[in-house]
Write a protein that binds this ligand. Structure first.
Ligand code: RIB
Length: 308
């Protein structure tokens, strides 16, 4: 069960605050904390803690954050051979505010993440003999994502794309994707709809994305669960109700867990139920990577839910 992640590594600089400040407003928050994050690294750690062998492909700067990010992944038994160091760049940094309800706002300085090239991805993937699933968010250059998707699909691996942060994507990339995993805001942005007000709006947007070549669309909706559109049917994956402390990286946890479920041969729906349980646990804890659960916790959580 081998998962490759092509993606970002960021150090998260986090302040908890009663509410997210409006433009021009200064609010006093709580204690400042740093957590290893970045959508790519979070997805890699999620998959590794849930039992996959994971290789991370990405870039860090030659600074202390870069060293810390790599060491954190090494401690999770993730293969970091293909994380390149660009001494002239700063490691990616995310400035995060988390409000009293656990919702966040995130500003990212991508730094070294945008030094990753298609040639880097190509040579890293060539060096890997076999892998089952490729996982990617959109925090590295788009051409690296296209290159990786092309190689993975030629080699018979499943391609999971988490279009976050959202941008318009061309059909030649979307056609290579087995499962597209946006949240509802990303769906709205990718389909140029101002906002999705109703189930009908979401269905229309989903049809638009499916018509561009996406095989399966899994829309994650936080406490509302997720919806899977496979071109024929629409299936709801209920959320597991929990008290949210910090929702940062819940989407990443879902993506990493879904990759593991698919590696294990679960159906998309069964993998999504596993992912939904993992993501629910992650929102009950602070920070990005520290919040990601291990396999035993997820199995226990699922068993407890079944027996209720
Ligand atoms: O999805 C959460 C992540 O988004 C954070 O860890 C931050 O680094 C940004 O990439």
């Amino acid at each position: 069960m081998h998962v490759i992640v092509v993606g970002s590594l960021n150090m998260d600089l986090v302040v908890r605050i009663p509410q997210i400040p409006r433009p021009g407003e200064t609010l006093l928050g709580g204690v400042f904390k740093t957590f290893p994050g970045g959508k790519g690294a979070n997805q890699a750690v999620a998959a590794a803690r849930l039992g996959a062998h994971v290789t991370m492909i990405g870039c860090v700067g030659g600074d202390a954050f870069g060293r810390e990010m790599r060491d954190t992944l090494i401690a999770e038994d993730i293969d970091t051979t293909h994380i390149l160091v660009h001494p002239e760049s700063a490691t990616g940094v995310a400035l995060i505010q988390v409000d009293a309800a656990g919702q966040n706002s995130i500003a990212v300085a991508s730094g070294a993440n945008f030094q990753l090239t298609s040639a880097d991805v190509e040579s890293a993937m060539q060096a890997i003999e076999k892998f089952d699933v490729l996982v990617m968010p959109l925090e590295t250059p788009l051409e690296t994502i296209y290159t990786a998707a092309k190689i993975a699909s030629q080699r018979g691996a499943k391609v999971l794309l988490n279009p976050a942060p959202a941008q318009m994507l061309k059909p030649d990339l979307l056609e290579l994707v087995d499962v597209l995993l946006p949240n509802e805001h990303e769906v709205a942005l990718m389909t140029r709809q101002p906002a999705l007000q109703s189930a009908a709006d979401l269905q229309t947007a989903a049809q638009k994305l499916l018509s561009l070549g996406v095989k399966n669309l899994m829309v994650t909706m936080g406490s509302q669960g997720a919806i899977l559109f496979d071109g024929k049917t629409e299936s709801n994956i209920p959320a597991c109700p929990v008290q949210a402390v910090d929702t940062t990286a819940a989407g990443d946890c879902f993506v990493g867990a879904l990759a593991v479920g698919l590696c294990e041969g679960r159906s998309l729906l069964a993998a999504a139920e596993f992912a939904s349980a993992a993501a629910a646990i992650s929102v009950t804890r602070d920070g990005a990577q520290p919040s990601l659960p291990r396999r035993e916790e997820v199995m226990q959580f699922m068993n407890e839910r079944k027996s209720k």
